[in-house]
Design a protein around this ligand. Structure first.
Ligand SMILES: CC(C)(COP(=O)(O)OP(=O)(O)OC[C@H]1O[C@@H](n2cnc3c(N)ncnc32)[C@H](O)[C@@H]1OP(=O)(O)O)[C@@H](O)C(=O)NCCC(=O)NCCS
Length: 165
């Protein structure tokens, strides 16, 4: 799964999508600090413990560097940024029964706006599984590094990693 690079300079406007989702009863916001347990449980139930650990890093930032999609009081999706590394988007996921409604795109765009607000002009999508989703949503391109393994394939600290012979 490659890392991908995307420009933050001309992001698609997320507001029309947020308005559409709001009409369908889905709202996006940052989680409150006291909702960390609920978010962790959501990620553990639908995804993996590793993603829950990664997303927990968001709670060390102010504002919390994560967005959640809510259906009423229920978390139905999440997206983190500045979790895996600085300037990285991810992890992200949407409850399977809520997919293909635009929630994943809305989470991606709100998180990328969060990165843009930090001053970045490009962002990295870490270990992108659904490459075509990111290509379509924000025109992201694959970073050709270490046979497409990205940071998740690193066995050494990058600073001390020597070029292959
Ligand atoms: C990737 C994911 C977050 C997308 O969430 P979603 O709410 O379904 O996304 P959207 O509804 O905004 O989808 C927008 C478009 O991308 C497409 N798309 C969604 N998932 C896709 C995938 N895995 N591969 C290619 N295209 C995809 C949708 O079909 C849709 O296209 P359309 O507008 O032509 O119908 C969701 O599929 C998911 O949780 N997957 C499992 C976890 C995962 O892979 N996370 C990413 C790790 S990097």
């Amino acid at each position: 799964m490659p890392d991908m690079l995307c420009s933050l300079i001309r992001l698609p406007d997320v507001r029309p999508l947020l308005n559409k989702l709001r009409k369908d009863g889905i709202t996006l916001r940052r989680p409150n600090p006291w909702e960390q347990k609920e978010l962790r449980e959501f990620i553990m139930e639908h995804f993996t413990e590793r993603w829950a650990d990664e997303t927990s890093v968001a709670f060390g930032s102010k504002p919390i560097s994560c967005f959640i999609a809510m259906d009423g009081q229920q978390i139905v999706g999440f997206g983190g940024y500045e979790c895996s590394r600085r300037n990285y988007f991810g992890p992200t996921g949407v409850d399977e029964s809520y997919r293909k409604k635009g929630i994943g795109t809305a989470l991606l765009l709100t998180c990328l706006e969060g990165l843009r607000d930090l001053g970045y002009t490009y962002a990295v999508i870490g270990g992108a599984g659904p490459v075509d989703f990111y290509k379509k949503a924000v025109g992201a391109i694959e970073i050709p590094f270490d046979e497409g393994k990205g940071i998740y394939g690193l066995n050494e600290e990058p600073k001390y990693l020597f070029a292959k012979p």
